[in-house]
Write a protein that binds this ligand. Structure first.
Ligand SMILES: CC(C)(COP(=O)(O)OP(=O)(O)OC[C@H]1O[C@@H](n2cnc3c(N)ncnc32)[C@H](O)[C@@H]1OP(=O)(O)O)[C@@H](O)C(=O)NCCC(=O)NCCS
Length: 183
């Protein structure tokens, strides 16, 4: 079935929140999020500086979404700590934008079909059309498909980890990709 990727509109909000509930109910999260909790999370996210979202639809059904924002170094430091902020400063060159890839979701019955990969690829193309970009993201070390996707797209491990709040024996690691506009 053909996949259509486009900018999210306000009318997509309800289906994105349903998607958050469904995607995070499966491996490796197994979160029991209510729709209201997902909606609160979503609304907070949309208020972030430089927020953007792309949605993937198949036959008019929303099957996936990716969203990102562009925090200032001070915001990154407050949210993620000194080590990651210092890492970003070391890697930010002149005319380079910082992009935080906040989330990527694909509905459980559409996972494993390359939709997540295509959404991520479109996001990268969108962001590097004008500027060079330092992409940062955080991945759970047991999120096999995200780790495979990161390797396939050239993302690298920063070496900076934090324990997972839901499962303290599992680590989250920050990954990065520095991509030039004119490569
Ligand atoms: C993570 C997620 C977005 C991936 O989306 P997807 O459309 O299933 O991913 P793709 O089909 O594009 O596959 C990406 C890679 O993962 C691999 N993969 C897919 N499903 C897999 C599985 N069940 N086990 C292992 N690897 C898997 C694919 O082979 C592919 O690797 P490759 O590029 O080396 O071939 C989706 O599983 C999801 O919504 N998960 C819950 C929410 C989540 O964890 N989001 C990310 C938060 S950081």
């Amino acid at each position: 079935m053909p996949l259509h990727i486009s900018r999210a509109r306000f009318r997509h909000s309800h289906n994105i929140c349903t998607g958050i509930v469904e995607a995070f109910a499966c491996h490796p999260w197994f979160e029991e999020l209510s729709f209201a909790e997902a909606a609160t999370r979503w609304v907070e996210t949309t208020r972030r500086r430089g927020f953007h979202c792309l949605v993937a639809t198949q036959d008019h059904r929303l099957v996936g979404a990716i969203w990102w924002d562009s925090p200032a170094i001070s915001e990154l430091k407050n949210e993620r700590g000194t080590a990651l902020a210092a890492f970003a400063v070391r890697h930010l060159e002149r005319n380079t934008t910082l992009v935080w890839i906040r989330d990527l979701i694909v509905l459980p019955d559409r996972q494993g079909q390359g939709i997540g990969h295509q959404l991520r690829q479109k996001m990268i193309e969108h962001c590097v059309s004008k500027n060079s970009v330092l992409f940062l993201t955080r991945i759970r070390n047991d999120n096999t498909s995200m780790i495979r996707m990161n390797h396939a797209m050239g993302f690298l491990r920063s070496g900076i980890t934090v324990p997972c709040s839901l499962k303290p024996d599992v680590l989250h690691e920050y990954w990065y990709l520095l991509k030039g506009a004119f490569e």
